[in-house]
Design a protein around this ligand. Structure first.
Ligand code: GLY
Length: 310
């Protein structure tokens, strides 16, 4: 079985000043996840490692560098899912946590629940000894300035929807050498969102889904639209009906655009190692590592390839 990992750094109108850093960030995260797979690690460990790296990278809207809600605070959502057992863990509206994907993993591994939210999730983090950080440590100067510019949710969404998406989400999907798939997604959500707003990212079947019988998906884009069409599960349904991962992604994103006027993106890997990175926004930074090749792109038709030296 040929292991593969695909990562994204969010589908939105990435401005030129963030373009190179976004591409560099996804390439590094794909390499990080792929080194886990090449070392015999599981798909689950690989997607967690890749997403943690992007949560630590301030160019992305997750962990450090997350967008701020309408109170000027960070509230983070994340999910992780194991395609072998359908085990899943998620957290929503958590604060002071640098790596929500690992807290989601702890929910999956250490509780009988699927999602913990808000103060309960933070209490669980404390009981697990998960490291917390001061809230301000997660806030970048770039985000504070953007937040000041987009003071209201309505203005923020309309401007972002039409021209500049609100710096959206990171994710990873992987297939390991034993044939298991997994997905992980992490986000700060939409800039100027209402306090307590939860988007698609931590919701099973919307921000992510993984099933060894069909494939693993991580989504990005307008959370409310993704929730309405359960985008990750929609893509998986098309795969179950015999569509390729690429066609399944394109059909589902097209449907979301037509049905609820939502834009976004997805990364997908199948149990046979087919993969796709697809989006209907202006740009999405993505990278994929398989065998000795590292693929990456930013613009809709861009597919660059480098020799992967690990
Ligand atoms: N896609 C991330 C969000 O809307 O919260």
């Amino acid at each position: 079985m040929s292991a593969v990992i695909v990562v994204h750094g969010g589908a939105w109108a990435i401005p030129d000043e963030l373009a190179q850093a976004s591409v560099d960030g996804v390439k590094s995260a794909a390499c990080q996840g792929f080194s886990v797979l090449k070392g015999g690690g599981s798909a689950l460990d690989a997607v967690e490692a890749a997403v943690r790296m992007m949560e630590d990278n301030t160019v992305f809207n997750a962990g450090h560098g997350a967008t701020l809600n309408n109170n000027g605070d960070v509230e983070l959502d994340a999910i992780i899912m194991d395609g072998k057992t359908l085990a899943c863990g998620a957290v929503s509206s958590v604060k002071n946590i640098a790596n929500p994907v690992s807290l989601a993993r702890a929910v999956m591994d250490k509780t009988s629940h699927v999602m913990l939210t808000g103060s309960g999730a933070n209490q669980f983090a404390e009981s697990m000894g998960v490291e917390t950080v001061p809230t301000d440590a997660l806030v970048t100067e770039y985000e504070r300035k953007e937040w000041e510019k987009h003071k209201t949710y309505v203005n923020g969404v309309m401007e972002d929807f039409n021209a500049q998406w609100a710096h959206d989400t990171v994710g990873a999907v992987a297939l390991d050498c034993t044939g298991n798939v997994a997905c992980a997604t992490s986000t700060g959500g939409i800039r100027n969102k209402k306090i307590g707003r939860v988007g698609d990212s931590p919701v099973i079947g919307s921000g992510g889904y993984a099933d060894n019988f069909s494939g693993a998906v991580s989504c990005t884009g307008h959370g409310e639209s993704i929730l309405k069409v359960t985008l990750a599960r929609l893509i998986v349904s098309h795969i179950e009906q015999g569509k390729s991962v690429s066609d399944a992604s394109q059909l589902s994103l097209q449907y979301m655009g037509e049905r609820v006027h939502g834009a976004g993106g997805s990364i997908v890997v199948s149990p046979s190692g087919q993969w796709a990175a697809t989006f209907t926004t202006e740009r999405m930074a993505w990278a994929a590592a398989q065998q000795d090749e590292l693929w990456y792109g930013l613009e809709p038709s861009q597919r660059n390839k480098e020799h992967f030296s690990q």
